[in-house]
Design a protein around this ligand. Structure first.
Ligand code: G6P
Length: 608
């Protein structure tokens, strides 16, 4: 994903910007560039490929400047060439770096071309540079010109801007894509994240959507989207390597469970705008690929495999195209028949799982295209697939995967939308799903309030040796994931079954020593599931139900019920996962196991 760094100082800033870009490399990118302003005007240096290529170019021909912007580009519009690399300029006057997507760039581009502007790249960003130039010519004031420019732009983006005639100003704007301001002493900075600026400051200001910031050496002025001058608080960066610290939580797993509302925001940020998907987020070649897809093959291992199983329900229902899911370790050794125009989706938190990579390499030449859904930019999987969508969940330390799973589900729903909108999904349906996705953080917060109830329920499991998890439809893979969590960290044998299969075998195991967990949202399968639960009760089995219907499943002898708030049907697999994560966590804590590093297991399995 693109990265932005900018600086205004009394000292030369090229080295600061370069170091910032290096620190943003982890985000994934395919070209890099920098523009610096000095008395000669703006000098721009760009290179396709690595930041090191840019550094080498600057070492050969150093550029001095006290004001500069720099960028790592992850191509969405136009190939990863030098001409498409940022910063983009309008004449020699102004330079712009941009992260995100300008959705209506084609319309703006045509209007600007009609006014005589000549474009030198295929990017959406270049329209911002020329539009800003046009507006600046009218107002002669950079802030006013940027305000007018933003009013015309649709999409999710963050911008860094400098103008030759305004050598004491660095402008920044944010709408839907991340951007922070680094507050220095007699110098100020912008960047896509704090990490980029840690060598120069530990004080940060977070812009809100619609904000414009004007930075000079001596100060920072912020205006909100209503054009009101506002104060944004300055926060001190905690030098604890926050992502790698447990903070107030007893275990990383619990911390990561509780991070999920924020993770939902991170995976959606820059990927949806108002009521629809921004499919350029998948990369420059994505639209052409999605146009041709006639079937989907999902490959993954472990928890990621369960995310793939959920996605099959979504893809077949909403896009109406066949979707197959398989564990990579089996798929790679089978004589697989791959239908024409298949999109291969490889799901992996780490992007380094040996079986998933091997399966990809095995069939890559036989599919239409390959897409990685992954949490680690620059991982082998991301490098080797044609397209990628990062899950942006942040580092996951607990071996038992939690936030990586729910972020994969959201990424898979975005992928489903990209496919389904080509197969009859109406814009109203898409808008409804996007609204449902945007509601996830709040709904997750509500679910986390059930924690103490779930902790209480978990007592009943600590002395048991076997458990059964039941679900139907897209909640069956959620039951599988719940069972996997429990066995991973509490070492209690747990199996998941689609509830309709109960009477074909597992019912023989049911007695009072085997708790049966059921995920039972209020949907069209509920009555069927209830009948299955009766079968358990009739055999003396003890039920633990996560229910979406207070009325129809009630607490009574042998049935413990935790009621969940109403959720929209398609979001059920994402939301019902949380209580199961908490259940297994608390059982493991009672049992006193090593929650974050369970015996015999590894976070990233890089061997077959
Ligand atoms: C290991 C981890 C699991 C993970 C699986 C697949 O078994 O312990 O948590 O789900 O690998 O990993 P991936 O990184 O490919 O998602």
């Amino acid at each position: 994903m693109c990265g932005i760094v900018g600086a205004i100082a009394v000292r030369p800033v090229a080295e600061i910007l370069l170091e910032g870009l290096r620190r943003l490399e982890y985000r994934g990118y395919d070209s890099a560039g920098m523009a610096l302003l000095n008395t000669q005007g703006i000098t721009r240096v760009r290179r396709a490929g690595k930041v090191q290529a840019l550094a080498d170019a600057l070492a050969q021909e150093p550029v001095i400047g006290n004001l500069g912007i720099a960028h790592t580009r992850w191509a969405t519009h136009g190939k990863p060439t030098e001409a498409n690399a940022h910063p983009h300029m309008s004449g020699a006057e102004l330079a712009v770096v941009h992260n995100g997507i300008i959705e209506n760039y084609e319309v703006i581009k045509a209007a600007l071309q009609a006014q005589g502007y000549v474009f030198s790249s295929d990017t959406d960003t270049e329209v911002v540079a020329h539009l800003l130039d046009l507006n600046y010519r009218q107002s002669g004031e950079l802030y006013t010109a940027l305000r007018a420019t933003l009013a015309e732009l649709e999409g999710a983006f963050a911008l860094g801007i400098m103008h030759r005639q305004q050598p004491d100003k660095l402008l920044a704007a944010r709408k839907g894509s991340p951007l922070v301001i680094g507050v220095g002493m007699g110098e100020n900075f912008i960047a896509s994240d704090q990490l980029a600026l840690l060598p120069v400051t530990d004080r940060f200001m977070f812009l809100e959507d619609g904000d414009i910031a004007e930075l000079s050496c001596s100060g920072i002025k912020v205006h909100d989207d209503q054009d009101h001058a506002v104060e944004r608080a300055v926060h001190l960066y905690e030098h604890t390597g926050a992502a790698a610290e447990k903070g107030p939580f007893k275990h990383f797993m619990l911390k990561e469970i509780y991070e999920q509302p924020q993770v939902m925001r991170q995976v959606l940020e820059g990927r949806v705008y108002k009521d629809h998907l921004l499919e350029q987020a998948f990369g420059v070649a994505a639209a052409e690929v999605f146009d041709q897809v006639k079937s989907v093959q999902l490959l993954a291992c472990g928890t990621s495999y369960h995310a793939g199983m959920v996605a099959r329900y979504w893809i077949e229902e909403l896009a109406g195209i066949p979707c197959h899911v398989e564990v990579a370790s089996e798929f790679r050794y089978r004589s697989v028949v791959i239908p024409q125009d298949t999109l291969l989706i490889c799901l992996s938190q780490s992007g380094e799982t040996a079986d998933t990579l091997a399966a990809l390499r095995e069939v890559k030449g036989r599919v239409l295209s390959s897409l990685a859904i992954c949490n680690v930019p620059g991982s082998s999987l991301v490098r080797e697939t044609d397209l990628s969508l990062m899950t942006n969940a942040g580092p996951e330390i607990g071996v038992a995967s939690t936030k990586a799973f729910t972020s994969q589900l959201v990424a898979l729903m975005l992928t489903t939308l990209a496919l389904a909108r080509r197969h009859g999904l109406s814009s109203e349906q898409e808008a409804e799903i996007v609204q449902n996705l945007l509601a996830l953080p709040e709904q997750m917060q509500d679910l986390l309030k059930l924690d103490s109830q779930i902790e209480e329920m978990s007592q009943a499991f600590a002395e048991k040796h076997h458990t059964l998890f039941l679900g139907r439809g897209s909640l069956y893979p959620v039951a599988m994931e719940g069972a996997l969590k429990l066995k991973e960290i509490s070492y209690i044998h747990a199996e998941a079954y689609p509830a309709g299969e109960l009477k074909h075998g597992p019912l023989a195991l049911v007695d009072k020593e085997m708790p049966v967990v059921a995920v039972a949202p209020k949907n069209s399968m509920l009555d069927k599931l209830k009948a299955n639960l009766q079968e358990v009760r009739a055999r003396g089995g003890e039920l633990f139900v996560f229910s979406g219907d207070r009325q129809s499943i009630q607490q009574e002898e042998g049935i413990s019920v935790i009621s969940l708030p109403p959720v929209s049907r398609l979001m059920e697999p994402i939301l019902y996962t949380l209580p199961l994560q908490l259940l297994s966590y608390h059982v493991a804590v009672i049992k006193g196991t090593d929650v974050d590093q369970p015996r015999n297991l590894a976070k990233s399995v890089t061997v077959e």
